[in-house]
Design a binder for this molecule. Structure first.
Ligand SMILES: [Zn+2]
Ligand SMILES: [Zn+2]
Ligand SMILES: [Zn+2]
Ligand SMILES: [Zn+2]
Ligand SMILES: [Zn+2]
Length: 588
């Protein structure tokens, strides 16, 4: 096939058209993988369905028998070990090793292995200190219910947050302190209820502001002090007015949220939240070059990536990944790149730390040259957890790849998986609605099952509710330590499709946080709160749209601006979307 021109293909799964660009063929050739047969979105959803962040179960460690918290339910076919046991020397994953059977499909053989090898209860990329109720995190201290983040301290109920402390209810953030209910904010201090802000201090309800202090209810501001609803006040007037807002009262706060949402809708929106970005498309990108269709990339620099989501430090030459600090040459992975070498070379794998040349493997550490392995440490040249010599390994792998193409796995709904596809949905130990697939691509039970995903029925919880939602005190001053540990009803009481836990408890450090910040108690459980924030972010999709600006003083003059861009604002959204130039003319 010529790598000079693009090709349109029909996705096996959704039957929609997708395009493979000449550059993509270049990448696939370099990685020695065939071009994909699923469209980018179906590939993304397929991966996300392997990442359960926030559905926890109580079960026993199958080695030490201690009660543990686990992302796997009680009745999994495989054993689940606590962290101490799994990382300890009292078991050997190699005893489960089997010879490759050329008469049987690869994925079926992997599935058999998966039934036997013990898995770790929760995924930590590095040492966690006093932060058990967290998952897909690393090097946190005193954190509680945090998912997908690293190096945080005293952080609660947050997702995809790094290098932050003393904050709660954050969705996607970096270097925050004393922050609450922020979405996609960075380098800020005492910032609450804000979205896409940088370097802001002692402020609330800000959208797209930079270097602002003591501002309230503002949008598109730069280097301002004492502004309210974008109007300048003196210092004295400002603090007097702020008092009147009385945000420590729950009902006032709810009204302010609505007022801010109206203000937000009327403000100017750049087509994407991009900072220091060259030749890149997507949303929420920082320091990227040549990254296409990427989302939530932070850190000091990422180059030449596509379809990659949630990077903390920096990634190079990689396609189709979710959740990694740092890596190079990676294709179709989840949660890899902790302590990685420069040339990571990970393919179709997940939960891998500090390794290289890893194919179709999971839960492996400090390994190189593995194919179809589970739970290995410090190993190389293994296939299905069986040891080979370097020569044997290098002879066998090409044969296995050929056999995978000759004998592809066909799933229940008829999708075919040859070499080059990620694991079939059926091999995920999770149900769709337990995973982050449900967070970003919510489905109903019927839709999920039609697409070949498993579905988790809601478990009867039968909580004894101590405090009904309507009886939660409106003002934090009316609350004392007696609230700690009480079972509080979630306002959604399980009726939503948001992994609602029906009830929640306030922990001691959380109460101290609300008191310190002068904020009323929440009325929703942590999962429902997370889903409300998710609704405020744009989807992981791009549409081609044109600038909506018709300002006559701009370069386009009397004609409406016709600049096209790729944006995650869907065409039916209410926001006013500007191209880079028009935005720069208005916001500076
Ligand atoms: Zn598709
Ligand atoms: Zn144990
Ligand atoms: Zn809830
Ligand atoms: Zn424009
Ligand atoms: Zn314009």
């Amino acid at each position: 096939m010529s790598s000079e021109k693009k090709e349109n293909r029909i996705c096996q799964s959704c039957q929609k058209d997708f395009t493979i660009e000449p550059d993509d063929f270049g990448f696939y050739e370099k990685m020695k993988v065939p071009a994909p047969t699923f469209c980018p979105e179906c590939r993304l959803v397929r991966r996300l369905n392997f990442r359960n962040e926030r559905t926890f179960y109580k079960r026993q460690c199958d080695l030490c028998k201690e009660d543990i918290l686990s992302m796997y339910e009680k009745n999994t076919p495989f054993p689940v070990y606590c962290h101490n046991c799994w990382w300890g020397d009292n078991w050997d994953p190699m005893i489960f090793g089997v010879s490759y059977d050329f008469k049987q499909n690869f994925f079926e053989q992997f599935q058999s292995l998966l039934k036997n090898v013990p898995l770790i209860n929760l995924f930590f990329g590095g040492k966690q200190l006093n932060s058990e109720y967290c998952n897909y995190v690393s090097n946190d201290k005193n954190c509680y219910l945090c998912f997908g983040g690293m190096r945080n301290e005293q952080l609660f109920f947050s997702k995809n947050v790094a290098f932050s402390k003393d904050s709660a209810d954050i969705y996607s953030g970096d270097k925050l302190e004393l922050c609450y209910e922020n979405i996609e904010c960075e380098n800020s201090y005492q910032l609450i209820f804000s979205k896409q802000c940088e370097n802001c201090t002692s402020s609330a309800f800000l959208y797209d502001c930079r270097n602002c202090q003591n501002c309230f209810g503002c949008a598109n501001l730069r280097n301002k002090n004492y502004c309210i609803w974008n109007k300048q006040y003196t210092r004295e007037e400002y603090f007097k007015k702020i008092q009147e807002f009385n945000i420590e009262d729950f009902q006032n706060l709810e009204n302010l949220k609505l007022q801010f949402f109206d203000f937000y809708k009327k403000s100017i929106h750049k087509f994407a939240h991009l900072v220091n970005v060259k030749n890149s498309s997507g949303d929420n990108l920082l320091n990227t070059r040549n990254c296409q269709n990427c989302f939530d990339i932070f850190g000091t620099g990422s180059d030449n990536c596509k379809y990659t989501h949630y990077v903390v430090l920096g990634v190079k030459d990689s396609y189709d990944n979710y959740g990694m600090p740092q890596a190079e040459k990676v294709y179709e992975t989840i949660a890899i790149g902790f302590d990685s070498n420069e040339n990571s070379d990970y393919y179709f794998s997940y939960f891998i730390r500090g390794s290289s040349n890893i194919y179709y493997s999971r839960d492996c550490n400090s390994c190189h040259d593995l194919f179809g392995c589970i739970g290995l440490h410090n190993k190389s040249y293994c296939i299905l957890n069986k040891q080979y010599t370097k020569e044997q390994y290098e002879e066998l792998v090409p044969k296995i790849i050929k056999q995978m193409n000759d004998l592809p796995y066909i799933d229940d709904i008829g999708n075919s998986y040859a070499y080059g596809e990620f694991f079939p949905a059926e091999l995920s130990p999770f149900c769709y609605n337990e995973t982050i697939a449900q967070e970003y691509f919510p489905l109903t039970k019927i839709e999920a099952e039609k697409q070949g995903y498993k579905w988790k029925e809601r478990e009867k919880r039968n909580y004894e509710i101590d405090i009904k939602t309507k009886d939660i005190p409106d003002n934090i001053k009316e609350v004392n330590e007696e609230i700690i540990g009480k079972v509080i009803e979630c306002e959604h009481s399980g009726k939503c499709n948001e992994q609602c836990t029906e009830a929640f408890k306030i922990i001691e450090s959380e109460l101290q946080f609300y008191q310190r910040m002068n904020l009323p108690l929440p009325h929703l459980c942590p999962n429902c709160r997370h889903y409300q924030r998710l609704k405020q972010r744009n989807p992981l999709k791009l549409w081609t749209r044109t600038c909506m600006c018709d300002k006559e003083n701009h370069l386009h003059g009397k004609e409406k601006c016709e600049v096209e861009f790729e944006t995650s604002y869907a065409p039916d959204r209410p926001e006013i979307i500007y191209c880079e130039k028009c935005y720069q003319q208005e916001v500076y």
